[in-house]
Design a protein around this ligand. Structure first.
Ligand SMILES: [Zn+2]
Length: 425
């Protein structure tokens, strides 16, 4: 493959503590040099990144690709195109497909489809329990051998604490992390949004913060008991952030992620019975957003993850109580994260860290940094360029998002996977 010279950009590579003007040279899918600008590179194709930020490709720990089984919402092909447009070069695919990814045959199918139809790296996540039913363990060793990088019943919580303990013991022995979906099903039963003033006003049944906090605390205790690596999916409450902070202080192998929608919107987005704002866990309140952003800034929260959850119009344009939960997120994650910088809550370098090497480390991927010899997975973007979020421009098959029409900043101009441009503006 031809040499590629990305020049005149502002390189931000938090893992290697690089934040300045540097050129990147790639060949045969890897980074072969990081140079001071102005140096000649012979026989190279050039990408001029003047005025742009060059960063390691983004890594998403939480993508619902919907294939197999729900191809009308998304396919591996459309989902990876959405990822590339959003600057994501590696995405971890959640297990709640149909059939559920609880057997090597399903994992192998996803890997094969990703190789033939996908344009970014896809890393499957296996189920913790068979069929996500919370009754019987999935074959954890088999899933790991087939290529799963983590285990999760995401969308559901493993209610039985004994089963969760055993799952974590197996996960520990196979050295694979467990990603949680934290909600106490009994305490949240019937709830469709955050329990508070807004739910009371709308007359919708609520889910208290504690439904999430209790399960996060339980799983952290089980991580202490088993020594398993525990990653808390889509943290949405201040109580959840506090619990992770305590776990880290104790030296437990616990990490956490937040989604752009949880740090951008409160439960007021539901007013008008807007089903685009129905999420699991639900959008919470201002003090929660403050804690989530503080957690990202101080390192309590390790990753920004999209929880990209495509749904068709038929599943969203119904009564609030019947609507499916979740929004698409791959194509808006960067812009919503950049809003935090504009509000002076966090730096661009920190945002990039939480989108690159920090998530990569959680699932033990050698991704998310651009030193010599690293995979040439690279995202180039203009952090200042403004645009209006518009469903007609989405690559995802679905367009369920509460952010349509919002004016934001941050446009990906090039996405490279293994040195190959898979998306360009
Ligand atoms: Zn999810």
């Amino acid at each position: 493959m031809k040499r590629l010279h990305i020049k005149n950009g502002h390189l931000i590579d938090p893992k290697n503590k690089i934040n300045g003007k540097f050129d990147v040279v790639c060949e045969n899918g890897v980074v072969i040099d990081v140079l001071k600008p102005g140096q000649k590179v012979a026989d190279a194709e050039v990408i001029d990144a003047t005025g742009l930020v060059v960063s390691p490709g983004f890594v998403d720990l939480h993508t619902h690709l919907r294939e197999p089984g729900f191809e009308y919402k998304e396919t591996i092909e459309s989902g990876t195109r959405a990822a590339a447009k959003g600057g994501f070069t590696s995405i971890c695919a959640m297990a709640n497909t149909n059939p559920v990814n609880d057997a090597a045959s399903v994992t192998e199918f996803i890997i094969k489809q990703a190789k033939t139809k996908g344009i970014v790296n896809v890393f499957p996540i296996g189920a913790l329990t068979k069929g996500l039913k919370g009754k019987e363990l999935a074959p954890i060793g088999e899933l790991k051998r087939a290529g799963c990088v983590a285990l999760s019943d995401d969308g559901k919580c493993v209610e039985n604490p004994l089963l969760m303990r055993v799952a974590m013991e197996y996960a520990k022995s196979f050295d694979i992390p467990v990603i949680t979906h934290s909600v106490d099903q009994c305490l949240s039963a019937g709830g469709v949004m955050n329990e508070g003033k807004v739910s009371a006003r709308l007359g919708l049944p609520g889910i208290p913060h504690e439904a999430e906090d209790i399960m996060i605390a339980r799983d952290i205790y089980l991580a202490g008991l088993t020594g398993a690596r525990l990653h808390i999916g889509h943290v949405a409450t201040c109580g959840g952030v506090e619990a992770i902070e305590r776990a880290k202080k104790k030296g437990l192998p616990v990490t956490g992620e937040v989604t752009p929608h949880h740090f951008t919107l409160t439960d007021e987005a539901v007013i008008g019975y807007r089903t685009e704002a129905k999420m699991a866990p639900p959008l919470r309140e201002n003090h929660d957003i403050k804690a989530l952003v503080q957690g990202l800034a101080d390192g309590t929260i390790d990753a920004i993850a999209t929880d990209h959850a495509p749904h068709s119009v038929l599943e969203k344009e119904v009564e609030f109580e019947r609507a499916e939960c979740g929004i698409i997120g791959l194509e808006t994650a960067l812009s919503l994260s950049i809003k935090l910088i504009d509000n002076k809550k966090i730096t661009l370098e920190k945002i990039i860290a939480t989108l690159t090497h920090q998530p990569a480390q959680i699932v033990a991927l050698k991704k998310g940094s651009l030193e010599k010899g690293a995979d040439a997975d690279i995202t180039i973007f203009d952090p200042e360029r403004e645009y209006v979020i518009d469903e007609n421009t989405f690559c995802s098959k679905s367009s369920n998002s509460p952010f349509m029409g919002m004016k934001v900043k941050g446009v990906v101009t090039h996405t490279l996977v293994a040195g190959k441009v898979v998306y360009s503006l």
